[in-house]
Ligand binder design. Sequence first.
Ligand code: BGP
Length: 501
Amino acid sequence: MSKAIGKPFPRDFLWGGATAANQIEGAWNEDGRGPAAGDYAIYLTKEERSKVNGEMYRDVTADQMARIDANPEKYNLAKRRGVDFYHHYKEDIKLMAEMGFSVFRMSISWSRIYPNGDDAQPNEKGLQFYDDVFDELHKYGIEPLVTLDHFDVPVHLIKKYNGFASRETIDYFAKYCETVFKRYKGKVKYWLTFNEINCVLTNPYACSGVMLKDQSERTYELVYNVSHNQFVASAKAVILAHKIDPAYKVGCMLCRLENYAASTKPEDVLQTVFEDHFNFFYTDVQSTGEYPYYMKRFFKEHNITINSQPEDAAILKEGAVDYISISYYMSYVAQYKNQENVEPTGSLVAVIKNPNLQMSEAGWPIDSVGFRIALNRIYDRYKKPIFIAENGLGSTDSPLADGRVLDNDRINYMKEHVEQMREAIEDGVDVFGYAWWGPMDLISSGTSEISKRYGMIGVDADNQGNGTYNRFKKKSFYYYKKLIASMGADTANDISDDFEI
Ligand code: BGP
């Protein structure tokens, strides 16, 4: 279906990698940064995780935060250390430049700018840090693409306002956006508002909306109201950005969950329609500025009232995004659940196995053709440029005695996905960039492991935080470098195993 040597990608196509502040920066309490949600995520082993629920290691609760504050050394708080990008950014950017990156997707830690979220003045040292990072990127001709909230709400806003469950948080978010839009004018062109905004549906206590689990019963009404507040916040950010610099491009970000019917039974196919409604709802609102027709019935049948204010409709309309971005890791199988308008499967776990696909070590089905399908369907739906904000493979590395990592599994994943993206572009889809998730090893969002490695740049650190944190090159480093140099035309994995680390 695809060729190893194909047509080069468009000349101005952006090649690069993607990260999030809470998974890489570390320095969680340096230079005036305030605590944020991720600082309270606990690393547990797989076995420990299987015995407890999400709040024990990932979801934010008031009790858990108090326990951790009283005794922080008792817990393995991996996101507090990240991979110490705060002190290694020059080295990391140099390595990314060596691979030929033209884009680096990163996020700003909101609590580095406003330590409590509702402070009167921003923290100058936090602002300076990102100035330095952007300058360093531009030194090598790398365009920063900046996420404003990547699962990273300041703790004070969570405790005081229950995150995006209240409208006050919308205004604090807008203030933070205005600050960074003004400060980084001329240094940043591309922005994203909320990372994987749809994940609030399945993980409301850990993702961008972040509420307190012990103070908010997870109901559809609550979750959809949080989403509404985030839609308004995102739209306000878009409006502000365009006012501050008309050249700014602001996108939304959807965790695209491509899905297939479990059989040719019409009911199973109908289920895929419902699944898409649950998934595309977010991008439908952010791209068109309107609630889609299909939610009316769902809201009515589930007694959901959206606490919309009279001005919201106009804000959503004016604040429609300029481009669509997605994360794409896998597809899943949907089966009819014998009732109308049922709940979404929408989870990052394959409940029904697709016999046609291999699974990654983490149990995520690997489906590169699904990537092409997703791109075509998204472009067909929105007709807006698409940026691939995340695509990648997390797996345990097995270094040789001399430290070389022959990560052919990672290379193959990239190869197949880039080839399918090339086909999608040939199909006519307007894709303007690709960011591999985790150019360097980083802390997993879901499990706080570092051993689930994504990087082409290795980081010498383990799940306990031991290690030198030195960076080194894996085989995939050379593969991506060659791929970028050929503008995506040469995807052959002919990299020698004898490379410098
Ligand atoms: C997405 C998040 C990222 C990232 C990725 C991989 O959902 O936007 O932050 O971490 O998934 O997930 P994980 O880190 O759990 O392997």
